[in-house]
Write a protein that binds this ligand. Structure first.
Ligand code: C2E
Ligand code: CA
Ligand code: CA
Length: 778
């Protein structure tokens, strides 16, 4: 110990020793800054840093050694062999590189010990090579015992240095290991120097001028120090460059966070703004402190793909953030960057579009498309449920009489009522003008559905008082149950409709459950529909004619053509049974055209003064070419237009009123007469009489049949006759069966009449006359 101190204090220039120590300290600080940096890096980058570290330490130790050598004030002049000197630097660098490679990213005590041994060996090898480069007229003798102690002490100090490096963090991670590193180098150097003796030996080397011999060492050391500074600058430049990524992060619109080891190390202002905190508050926290997954579970940064999350603090149901992560190298460390995009607006818009596509815009109930989807899902779930088909009673009338705004209002009120009556899982849909469907889920007994149906009916009765409110509507409900009434969507819907049809026929405002008997009725109807479509081609239709007479004289002025269907197996089907079906399925358009052409053809063979009346269904007005068909029928039959009369009912004005009026005007312009049929049974609206100049009004037979014993019926007939007079429209009475009725109608001033009293509908009344005529002509 004493000899070491003596060596340092008496054999060295203290100023140069101080410089050597500074060089050593600088080298070690450089080393651990770089090593520290390397542990954060991705592997390839870390290896580069290890090379830099080995150079820093190798050059540092070498510079320390030679500055110390310059400080040595030995008794004889010495100089140095340049190649050996350079070799000594290379040795130091090589050993240190091996040592740092071995040390690894997270050094254990054992690894530190091994690395320390290599480092000490490196410093020792560098030292002895450096000593061997001395050229002096002397023999160098070394006390091997002391040298060994020097190596051992050096190794221990390096061990302490590496262990400190492994166990500290922050700036301590540089200062503590660097202190031990300096100790290791200094202890080895001066202990080894004290163990070294130069024994003068004039046979060796040439005695040289001491000053000249050392000159090249000065620039070498200056270079070494410059190199260290450059290394430090280089490191800081890289830092600067990577720090510029921060500027880039601020330039993007996305919110960004950079995390290292699960902690946020950097954020941009966009993220701070999104979270409503200062950037500083985010540093050091974990992303899970701020975000949760959409299902409320803790947020974990995904790897490579993106997840949807929302803010932990958010109460906004619609908020959706898309968080994508990417591994990057940031400030020399392997980090994850989280890019957070606020998709809330886009999601809201998307949701609105989806909602629009699946909902009825007026009532906000599900639409048909969504309902079909929901029904399929309910069936796929294989759990019992009820399907309720609902239809408003009198809705069409309310809509037509009070206008569409009133109709819309009714629909919305009914929608609210249905929504309030069902449970959360049930689906309520509006699938047509006034048609609604409900899927009632979790129905264990028919009673569940019955309760819902009566709840709806009761609530509606409270909401709308049919007795007082002219705008009030009723509801009819048909119920089919899954799976007993059908296990596929089509059957279920058909059966619910069948039940609804029954509910309506039972006298509206009630509910009906589907049953097999109903099914038979429905099947029957479907069979009838099928046969009706083929009635024309099978030649099963024919016309009969009922006379229209002048009330006063009983003379026939015309005939009304009435349709008959002779069904192959059922026999004669009454028109009151099949006409509504033909209207429902649209077959009436084709059938009506057949009637028109047939009636015109037959009437063309009648005397000139006899006209023919043809019933035209409201549905026929929905086909735009009705006037053209009438024209064509007249032309082909060769019938004068004034001999044709069309009978229409008020329902013709309900839908597409304007186009119906237009068609009527066109028809009337041809010279064809138009009569209003069944007046008094429908809306009997004055506006219809005002809107169109009818050629006559036919009072419905229900009034005529009760005219002799019902004073009210009589006053209605009288009022209608008065009305016709003021509009200049003659009145025809239908269903006259007795002489008393005829007399009464005559008294009231009804010029024409029709009924069994005058004649029943029969086949072509002039068939015989026609053949007579043909015969006489022939
Ligand atoms: P409607 O146009 O009111 O025809 C008059 C109906 O009353 C006919 O029944 C006729 O037979 C019946 N009738 C005539 N006089 C008397 C009477 O004194 N007492 C009673 N109780 N009834 C009488 P029909 O032929 O069964 O026709 C029923 C309905 O079928 C018609 O009522 C009409 O609305 C419709 N219809 C008949 N043929 C056609 C047609 O070719 N086209 C269209 N669209 N509808 C038709
Ligand atoms: Ca008629
Ligand atoms: Ca009639």
């Amino acid at each position: 110990m004493f000899s070491v101190l003596e060596c340092v204090v008496y054999q060295h220039d203290p100023r140069l020793v101080l410089i050597a120590a500074l060089v050593c300290i600088l080298g070690n600080i450089c080393l651990f800054v770089v090593l520290n940096r390397s542990t954060f890096c991705v592997e390839t980058r870390r290896r580069h840093w290890l090379v830099v570290a080995a150079i820093a330490q190798g050059v540092g130790v070498w510079a320390t050694h030679f500055v110390a050598m310059l400080a040595y004030r030995g008794s004889m002049p010495i100089r140095f062999d340049m190649s050996l000197t350079l070799l000594s630097v290379a040795i130091a660098i090589g050993f240190f590189w091996c040592s740092f490679r071995l040390l690894g990213k997270a050094p254990t005590l054992r690894r530190s010990a091994a690395a320390a041994a290599i480092a000490a060996a490196g410093v020792g090898a560098m030292h002895s090579t450096g000593m061997a480069s001395i050229i002096a007229p002397a023999r160098v003798t070394i006390d091997h015992g002391t040298a060994l102690v020097a190596l051992l002490l050096c190794g221990l100090c390096f061990w302490a240095s590496f262990a400190a490096f492994a166990r500290t963090s922050g700036w301590r991670r540089v200062i503590a290991p660097a202190t031990f590193g300096v100790l290791a180098v200094v202890i080895l150097h001066f202990t080894a120097m004290s163990a070294t003796t130069l024994v003068p030996d004039p046979t060796r080397g040439a005695a040289l001028d001491a000053a000249g011999s050392r000159e090249w060492l000065v620039p070498a050391i200056v270079f070494a120090n410059l190199a260290l500074i450059v290394l430090a600058l280089f490191g800081s430049l890289i830092d600067r460059w990577l720090t510029d990524a921060h500027g880039l992060a601020e330039a993007t619109l996305e919110a960004l966070a950079i995390t290292h080891d699960g902690r946020i190390v950097e954020v941009n202002h966009q993220l701070a703004a999104l979270l409503g905190v200062s950037p500083g508050a985010l540093i050091g926290s974990a992303p899970a402190d701020w975000f949760v997954r959409l299902d409320g579970t803790p947020f974990a940064a995904p790897n490579g793909h993106s997840v949807e999350a929302r803010l932990r603090s958010s109460v906004d149901e619609d908020q959706i953030l898309e968080i994508a992560t990417q591994t990057i190298e940031y400030r020399g460390r392997g980090c994850q960057v989280l890019a957070i995009r606020d998709l809330s607006d886009r999601k809201r818009a998307q949701r609105a579009i989806e909602h629009m596509a699946s909902h009825d815009p007026l009532t906000d109930l599900a639409n048909r498309a969504w309902f079909v989807h929901a029904l399929d899902r309910a069936i796929a779930a294989r759990e019992p449920f009820a399907l309720l088909a609902l239809d408003l009673d009198r809705f069409k009338a309310v809509n037509d009489i009070f206008g569409h705004a009133a109709g819309d209002d009714i629909l919305c009120r009914v929608a609210d009522l249905l929504r309030a009556a069902v449970r959360g899982d049930d689906v309520v849909a509006r699938v047509g003008g006034d048609e609604f469907l409900i899927i009632q889920s979790a129905v264990s007994t028919p009673d569940d559905a019955r309760r819902l149906a009566s709840r709806i009916l009761e609530n509606l009765a409270v909401e709308m008082d049919v007795a007082r409110d002219p705008m009030a509507v009723g509801i009819s409900i048909g119920v089919a149950l899954y799976p007993q009434d059908g296990d596929d969507a089509e059957t279920l819907q058909r059966n619910a409709d069948t039940a609804l049809y029954r509910a309506k026929n039972n006298g509206r405002g009630g509910a009906a459950f589907f049953d097999q008997e109903m099914d038979a009725v429905a099947r029957e109807r479907r069979a009838l529909e099928h046969d009706l479509r083929h009635a024309i081609t099978r030649g099963e239709l024919r016309l009969v004619f009922q006379p229209l007479v002048a009330t006063a004289f009983g003379s026939i002025v015309g005939y009304e053509a009435l349709l008959r269907w002779d069904h192959a197996t059922r026999g004669e089907v009454p028109p009151d049974d099949f006409i509504p079906i033909a209207e429902d399925i649209g077959a009436i358009v084709q059938i009506g055209e057949w009637v028109l052409r047939e009636a015109c053809t037959i009437a063309a063979g009648w005397p000139e003064n006899i006209s023919v009346a043809v019933n035209v269904s409201t549905i026929q007005f929905q086909v735009p070419n009705l006037p053209a068909i009438v024209r064509d029928a007249l032309d082909r039959a060769g019938l004068a237009a004034h001999r044709l009369e069309l009978e229409i009912t008020e329902t013709a004005f309900l839908r597409n009123r304007q186009s119906a009026l237009k068609a009527l005007h066109e028809i009337r312009a041809m010279g064809v007469r138009v009569a209003m049929d069944d007046f008094g049974t429908g809306y009997s609206s004055l506006s219809n009489l005002k809107a169109f100049p009818f050629d006559k009004i036919k009072i419905d037979k229900s009034f005529v049949s009760s005219i002799d014993d019902d004073a009210a019926a009589r006053s209605i007939v009288r009022a209608i006759i008065g009305l016709g007079r003021s509009f200049n429209m003659p009145i025809v009475a239908e269903g006259v069966e007795t002489e008393a009725q005829r007399q009464m109608l005559l008294d009231e001033g009804c010029p024409q009449a029709q009924g069994f009293y005058f004649g029943r509908p029969e086949a072509n009344p002039f068939a015989g006359a026609l053949s007579d005529k043909t015969r006489s002509e022939g």
